[in-house]
Design a protein around this ligand. Structure first.
Ligand code: FPP
Length: 244
């Protein structure tokens, strides 16, 4: 395996609203313009053999946006799923939604369930869309799940370790992201994958999401390839070599 290539990339797709406002367009136009960029990232991951991609599309906090924007975004997600799933499936992509899916409309929930079922056997790329997702929500839902098993007597509390806890999180058995990308200029994690980003390399760009292109994706990968990942060890312990 190529150690200079991330196995899992996680992206906060930020800047759609500003992209639209700068052109005198409604914010929704920026969200719509973000869809081909998602497609480009999927294609690049497939082409390069990156096995997992996780995209932050709608946070737990985004519900507080104006009702019209929330409603437009939900319609966009339903339409995007309907339109894109056949091609994703044809390319061997396994799609999953992570987040508090019960907060989504019944229509979106059923589209998500159908897309997940349809693509479940695929293995070329694991694509996670975070919808109504928050890192704190994720930690709490994992804690609740484990607490219920302890209360039912099926899980000894002492057997809860980092691996067991990690498995109860939304990303479950996936490897942690190696590379995190945030577009739009902010230098924050913003309640994305709090547990899973512990050792992730963080890359930020001022580029707004609709302008994020192949060259920008390559710049993020080049940044990652140049990192020396030590996981708390010294360079000498690692033989001074970059390691994934
Ligand atoms: C953040 O930009 C972006 C969102 C809240 C929506 C992201 C959604 C897409 C890119 C569509 C992708 C769809 C699928 C199915 C994955 P912002 O509105 O916060 O921008 P701003 O910071 O400029 O206001």
């Amino acid at each position: 395996m190529d150690a200079t290539l991330p196995r899992h990339v996680a992206i906060i797709m930020d800047g759609n609203g500003r992209w639209a406002e700068r052109r005198g367009l409604a914010r929704h136009a920026g969200h719509r313009e973000g869809i081909p960029v998602v497609r480009m990232c999927v294609e690049e991951c497939l082409r390069r053999g990156i096995g997992a991609l996780t995209l932050f599309a709608f946070s737990s906090e985004n519900w507080r946006r104006p009702a019209a924007e929330v409603s437009n975004l939900m319609t966009l997600f339903v339409d995007a799923l309907e339109r894109e799933v056949p091609e994703l499936h044809a390319n061997g992509v396994r799609l999953a939604v992570i987040g508090d899916r019960h907060a989504l409309s019944v229509r979106l929930q059923s589209r998500v369930a159908e897309a997940e079922r349809h693509t479940a056997a695929n293995g070329a790329l694991r694509l996670q869309i975070a919808l109504s997702y928050g890192g704190r929500w994720d930690v709490v839902q994992a804690a609740r799940k484990l607490a219920a098993e302890v209360a039912a007597g099926s899980l000894p509390a002492a057997s809860i370790d980092e691996a067991r806890f990690g498995a109860a999180l939304a990303l479950g058995g996936l490897p942690d992201p190696d590379l995190f990308v945030r577009t739009g200029g902010e230098r924050r994690i913003s309640n994305f994958l709090l547990w899973n980003l512990a050792y992730t390399e963080l890359w930020f760009t001022d580029t707004l999401w609709p302008d994020f292109d192949v060259a920008a994706f390559e710049a993020a990968l080049a940044f990652f390839a140049g990192r020396d990942r030590r996981y708390g060890l010294t360079a000498a312990q690692q033989g001074g070599a970059a390691s994934a």
